[in-house]
Design a protein around this ligand. Structure first.
Ligand SMILES: [Zn+2]
Length: 288
């Protein structure tokens, strides 16, 4: 981690100036802003590091910044797997002053899964209960950063489906679908641990109406970062509990619409599923 932090600081010093910003204040914000990684891809978590508390706007959404040790502020921007490659404007706003930067998003291709579903399974959708509860839990933005890098693997087992996979159902391409997490193959009853410290934001069960996701657990890691585990056999924590990195929180199962026992882990940043692999590898810079 020390090496990565050193690398990040190196980048932080290599500040990139905008070509022709309109005003002095815009220039000040823009020239002090560091955007990492420099060439993100769909699924990346982008860090916008600014020398003041500012709001970052990207693709019609606003993202808050939080204080880092040392006086800088950071906003986390999630890039969906559905984002097309290209240059995107990104606005940094402070007290009505707006600095604009370009975010060059590289192309990335994800695999395709061809699924055949029987009519009864194809028709199974999330109930309003689970949809509302999960949406609320994934929208949590608590100010304290509880995670430390890198994240830990949530379960022992091989990855059976990667992040971002697209699908066809019975030969029809699912337009807005992408696999919003990683699937780990593991026997029923295998221990599932917290990938980082957090607070339990949601415990949802089949009995409560979680028919598609099955037994569901959401952890709030702070500052808009949340994890979701679905298809669990059993959940060992309660809403509001604070959990440590590596703490056993649940058991692998196949509840809900699962073809067999496995763990689906989704990592969300401000409600958009990003590639957990970046967080497992510590590519989201530094301790804080
Ligand atoms: Zn999955």
């Amino acid at each position: 981690m020390g090496i990565r932090c050193g690398w990040c600081l190196g980048i932080a010093l290599a500040v990139i100036m905008d070509a022709a910003p309109a005003r002095a204040q815009d220039t000040q914000i823009s020239s002090s802003t560091v955007i990492l990684p420099m060439r993100p891809q769909p699924g990346s978590t982008v860090q916008v590091i600014v020398n003041t508390q500012a709001t970052v706007r990207f693709e019609q959404r606003a993202y808050p910044s939080f204080a880092l040790p040392g006086g800088m502020w950071r906003a986390l921007l999630p890039l969906s797997a559905l984002l097309k490659a290209g240059d995107y404007p990104l606005q940094i706003e402070k007290d009505g002053i707006i600095a604009t930067r370009q975010l060059p998003v590289a192309s990335r291709s994800f695999g395709l899964q061809r699924l055949r579903l029987s009519p009864d399974r194809a028709g199974l959708e999330a109930t309003p209960t689970e949809e509302a509860a999960i949406s609320t839990a994934l929208s949590t933005v608590s100010p304290e950063q509880l995670w430390r890098m890198p994240f830990a693997r949530p379960v022992r087992g091989r990855i059976s489906s990667k992040y971002g996979l697209r699908r066809t159902y019975n030969g029809v391409f699912a337009k807005d679908y992408y696999h919003r997490g990683l699937d780990y193959a593991a026997p029923r009853g295998t221990a599932v641990v917290a990938p980082a410290a957090g607070r339990v934001a949601l415990v949802g069960t089949v009995q409560q109406g979680f028919k598609l996701h099955g037994n569901t657990l959401v952890l709030d890691h702070g500052q808009g970062v949340t994890s979701i585990y679905i298809h669990l056999q059993k959940i060992l924590v309660r809403a509001g509990d604070v959990v440590k990195l590596g703490e056993k929180v649940a058991l692998v199962g196949s509840t809900g619409r699962a073809s067999g026992p496995h763990l689906h882990w989704g990592l969300y940043v401000h409600r958009i599923a990003v590639d957990p692999a970046d967080w497992l590898q510590g590519q989201i810079c530094c301790k804080s």
